[in-house]
Design a protein. Structure first.
Length: 85
């Protein structure tokens, strides 16, 4: 399973949606994921990829981890996975 597929599966699970309902252009808002859901999503991503996501729930815009869209989250996770190797 690719990074993209795993991230989409994590987001779909958090949003209680089918994977096929999540597109790269979706935002957390369009998926219905609130701030608590975002924190749970970050934990899920960290566990699935064995990475540490630089995310601060108190200041998400300053975290350096782009959560503006599914596409941005996938790209950020791909970068973190590459750094891990």
């Amino acid at each position: 399973m690719s990074v993209q597929d795993k991230v989409i599966a994590i987001l779909a699970e958090q949003a209680l949606l089918d994977v096929s309902d999540v597109t790269l252009d979706d935002t957390l808002e369009t998926l219905g994921i609130d701030s608590m859901g975002l924190v749970e999503t970050i934990f899920g991503i960290e566990e699935a990829f064995d990475i540490t996501v630089p995310f601060n729930a108190n200041a998400p815009a300053e975290s350096g981890f782009d959560v503006t869209s599914v596409r941005a989250i996938v790209a950020a996770v791909q970068d973190l996975v590459k750094e891990r190797v």
